[in-house]
Design a binder for this molecule. Structure first.
Ligand code: FEO
Length: 178
């Protein structure tokens, strides 16, 4: 029987003619990578927390891995809707060594601030191009970032309060009635 080798199978690809600018296409690729990097950061945070017995925090980070991957998928879908086939690049190597839980949360918070800053640049780029649909698309991410930054900021605030005042402050707070 004549079995075709993989090299004999030729897929014809259609001509690339996206309905967004080349700069926006490249920007989308960059953000897909940033979202995948965030997923990997949270994966290492999840592993660290679980290993150290912080199971609730591990679950939180595990949920965040899925969220970041869904953010990347949203970008991929948008690109495809605009007839652009995005480049899914290899994730850059991360050396994520955490020394303690505060370090984990700080890394997450700093990463979210970075992500906010790059989406701001993206939104600015879309506005300058008068690409209002892309601007609207990117605005969703900026709103999402408000929650993400707040989450890690709040945990960090609590850790810092613990450093200053010890665990008693949280027991006291539990007993307060509002
Ligand atoms: Fe998708 Fe947390 O940035």
């Amino acid at each position: 029987m004549d079995i075709k080798k993989p090299t004999d199978i030729r897929l014809r690809t259609k001509a690339c003619n996206p309905r967004i600018s080349e700069a926006i296409c490249k920007r989308i690729d960059f953000h897909i990578q940033a979202e995948h990097e965030a997923a990997y950061l949270y994966k290492s945070a999840y592993a660290w927390c679980d290993y150290n017995g912080l199971f609730k925090a591990a679950e939180m980070f595990k949920t965040h891995v899925s969220e970041e991957l869904s953010h990347a998928d949203r970008l991929i879908s948008y690109a495809l809707d605009k007839d652009y086939k995005p480049c899914i690049e290899v994730i850059r190597k991360q050396t994520q060594e955490f020394k303690d839980f505060k370090d984990v949360i700080t890394a997450a918070f700093e990463h979210e601030k970075y992500v906010t800053s790059i989406y701001k640049e993206f939104a600015d780029m879309a506005l300058k191009e008068k690409d209002f649909v892309t601007f609207e698309f990117v605005s969703w991410y900026l709103k999402e970032q408000v929650e993400e930054e707040a989450l890690f900021q709040n945990i960090l605030d609590k850790i810092e309060m613990l450093d200053r005042e010890g665990t008693g402050i949280f027991i006291l707070e539990e007993e307060l009635e509002f």
